[in-house]
Design a protein around this ligand. Structure first.
Ligand code: UFG
Length: 317
């Protein structure tokens, strides 16, 4: 089976490429490397250095493909507030183009990288797939618009689709070519920022006055390798038509201070921190209810926060 991995040179996409090919899938990549890195592409993997916005690139990337894992897109909440039209163009228009090209090529299976950002400020915790969706930023709004687009497409065509709503993805994967890990510039994510903090450049704790037990935000972290495992399981469920949506997290919340403690244990050093104002758009608590993914994908995350911290640490050393 040949799978097209859009965004296959990014953090999550490159790890998907590695895991899929070692499991015997044939892999094609479409990525313009605007945020990814071409040096992650393994030899022997078909790579189209192109864009979701270029139909000829899409047609070329879809040659001989049976299913698509669609990771490509813009994914920074803060940037989306500054440049909403960029998020609309790349995420929403880009996915529209992808679905049109898939239809022409008769590729009728897709697993889409959706996000917990579709829910916005949660109305219930843990968050279920049936919970209200009121995104609080353009990034989440584009992911929700795409989920709706895929639902409509699956009703009007033979498309079989799964959207996976990621909570906080972390960790890294060691390969025989070295580590595949987060290489964002600038890095905004908590775990790499904690592990890179120095006395001169301490990690900012965004808000210490939240209504949580220790005053810092609570998030649900899931190891990237567990996340990809769920994609492969989702791919296997794509028979017939229709669109299913599953949350992917661990089902357990950790506060910013708890993640810092885990890092201090792993490094045996104090993490330099600075208490800072709340970051715009951050909800206090985001924790997933993952019972649907457990039930319908027969998926269970097995790597805990210590493993996420340890792998990230090793990847940056
Ligand atoms: N945080 C800090 N200091 C930092 C970085 C983050 O205190 O230097 C805090 C944030 O305020 C937040 C938590 O750590 O409370 C996690 O922040 P991240 O930036 O690591 O992740 P987010 O929760 O903001 O966002 C991630 C993805 C989004 C996705 C969201 C869904 O980046 O794409 O999870 O849960 F939408």
């Amino acid at each position: 089976m040949r799978v097209l991995i859009t965004g296959g040179t990014g953090y999550i996409g490159s790890i998907a490429v590695e895991i899929m090919r070692t499991q015997g899938f044939e892999v094609s990549i479409l990525d313009d490397c605007s945020t990814g890195h071409a040096d992650t592409v393994p030899t022997g993997v078909r790579f189209v250095a192109g864009s979701l916005l270029e139909r000829t690139d899409l047609d070329q990337a879809l040659e001989g493909v049976d299913a698509v894992l669609h990771f490509a897109g813009k994914s920074l909440v803060g940037e989306s507030v500054e440049k909403p039209e960029l998020y609309q163009r790349i995420n929403v228009d880009g996915t529209r183009n992808l679905l049109d090209a898939m239809k022409s090529a008769n590729v009728m299976k897709i697993v889409f990288s959706s996000s917990a950002a579709t829910y916005g400020e949660p109305t219930e915790v843990p968050i279920k797939e049936s919970s209200a969706t009121f995104p609080t930023n353009p990034y989440g709004a584009t992911k929700l618009a795409i989920d709706h687009m895929i639902t409509a497409e699956s009703k009007s065509t033979d498309l079989a689709a799964v959207s996976l709503r990621y909570f906080n993805v972390a960790g890294a994967l060691k390969t025989d070519r070295g580590w595949l890990a987060e290489r964002h510039n600038p890095e905004t994510h908590l775990i790499p920022n904690i592990l890179r903090s120095t006395v001169d450049n301490p990690v900012h704790i965004f808000g210490t006055d939240w209504a949580t037990p220790d005053g810092t935000c609570i998030r649900d972290y899931v190891h990237v390798v567990d996340l990809i495992d769920a994609h492969i399981k989702a791919l296997e469920t794509l028979t017939g038509t229709g669109h299913k949506i599953y949350n992917l997290g661990s089902g357990t919340g950790y506060s910013v201070r708890q993640v810092i403690s885990a890092a201090e244990k792993a490094t045996n050093q104090t993490v330099p921190t600075i208490n800072s104002p709340r970051r715009a758009g951050d909800p206090a608590v985001l924790v997933a209810d993952i019972s649907l993914a457990k039930k319908y994908l027969q998926w269970e995350p097995s790597r805990d926060i210590e493993k996420m911290v340890a792998d990230t640490l090793e990847s940056i050393q």
